[in-house]
Structure formats: structure tokens, C-alpha cells
Design a protein around this ligand. Sequence first.
Ligand SMILES: O=C(O)CCC(=O)C(=O)O
Ligand SMILES: [Fe+2]
Length: 281
Amino acid sequence: MTTSVFATLPPDWQAWIRDNLARACSPHDMADSMARSGQYSMAFARAAIGEALGADSLAALGQREGMPQVDTSSNRLAVDDRAVDILCALRQPRVVLLGNVLGEDECDAIVAHCDGRYARSTVTSEEDGASTVHDGRTSEMAFIQRGECALADRIEQRLAVIAQWPVERGEPFQLQKYGVAQEYRPHFDWLNPDSDGHRAHLRRGGQRLATFILYLSDVEQGGGTAFPNIGLEVFPRKGNALFFLNTDASRRPDQQTLHAGCPVVCGTKIIANKWLRAGVY
Ligand SMILES: O=C(O)CCC(=O)C(=O)O
Ligand SMILES: [Fe+2]
């Protein structure tokens, strides 16, 4: 964080800002509270909170009040000299299925890039925030760091345009590979502000506002992404991408977003996850 205003605050105000951001409070409400305390002007409060979010200007803070969003007013989006198809959209919770986000060759290249890198998947422990092997997630995973693969960087840019959300506020790609019978049982992607383990992760980049799942392989049978609370199942298709919001517009965790990677029955499922954070990650 490049601090100037934030660093001049006394430690108790710094802690107050960090804790409230970790609980996904609205930065504008926080700035109101700081200004109402009579100790700081609104401009000072906003600048300090903006810095804590990773922003360095009031304009950036204003932008952070928004949410990632996919424009479904046309049936196609022109992105990065390709035509991305809007295949299906749900308003509440917001879920959009997109076609032709990646070409077959791009899927194959990303999969080849991660060959030999996989390790048993983990989840983030609610108790202590550690990456922990869990019975409910039996797949294998691999990561692509930003800057290590030109193609992955181009795809990140493409997703940033589709979701209208800057690359800097995204986690690195996380690939998941599922063989037969492997799955990820129902879970949420949002970080739980009420759990000690997740609060530590919220301090870096804030809430996971949205998820992209890029389907990098076709799967003969099984392996859908299911949302049990809303009765929706999306089937993997190479080159498609699923976008969904994990929170409501106030950035509060949305219980309707419970979802699962269903067991693969036949074939191999490979996806790339990209989580979009509230702030710079
Ligand atoms: O495998 C899927 O379809 C879902 C994966 C998922 O939800 C996750 O990795 O968080
Ligand atoms: Fe998930």
C-alpha cells in the first residue's frame, strides 16, 4: 500500500478502517462515520479509506463502490477481437454463462502450461486461514501467477473487459482438475467476515465479489457446476465461462450463491477459477 493520509491516522483509527473493510462494510458509510466523529473532514476520511482499499484517489474509491458486471443488453460482446456469446443470464443472484470466451487452442495451451504442476486441492480454513486439504474438495489444483504466461495475462485482460473490473483486483488463475468421481461439494466462494481465518484473507484485497469459472475441457458425463439453492446446473463446455456474483450490491455475502463442482462420471474436467476482489489484490 502506498500510504500518505492513512499512515497519519492514529493506530485505533487504522484498525477501525481495516476491520470494517474486512467485514465488507461500505467505504462510503465508513467515510460518513469518520466525518460525523468531527475529527476528520469527509475528503480526508475518503482518502484514508481509499488508501486502505489499495486506491490512491477519491475517484478510485468511488469506482470501488460498484460491482463487477457483465453487460447482457446484447447477445454478443466484442472483446479482444473475438465475439463472446451471452448464452444464459440470471438476474438474482447474478449468473451469466458466456460462450467463446476462450478458443480451443487457448484452452489447450493453458492446460499444457500447468501440466505437471498439480497438487491436491485445498480450502481456506475458517479457523486459522491456512490452506487445508478437505474431504469436500477432492480435485487437484495449480496456479498461474500474473506475469508468468503471456496468454494467461491476455485472458485476464479479456475477463477484465467482460466483467468491467480491473485486472489488479483479481486473484491469480487457479486451475482445478477433476478425474472420475472427484468433486467440490457445495460451498461459497465469498470469504466469511465472521470467521477469524477468513478475516485475515479479507485484509488483502477485500471480499471476493465475483467468480469466473473458465471451462478448459469438455467432459463426457457429470462435472456440472450446480447451484442447489436456485436449482441451476451449468454443464462444462470447453471455451465457455461462467460468471457469478458472490455478494449482493452492498457486498454482503449471498447465501443463494452456494455452488458445487459435481462429481465427474466420465472424462476429465479442467477449469480455471478467477476471483474478483473488492480491492487491489
Ligand atoms: O468445479 C466447478 O464447477 C466449481 C469449482 C468451484 O466452485 C471452486 O473451485 O470454487
Ligand atoms: Fe466455488
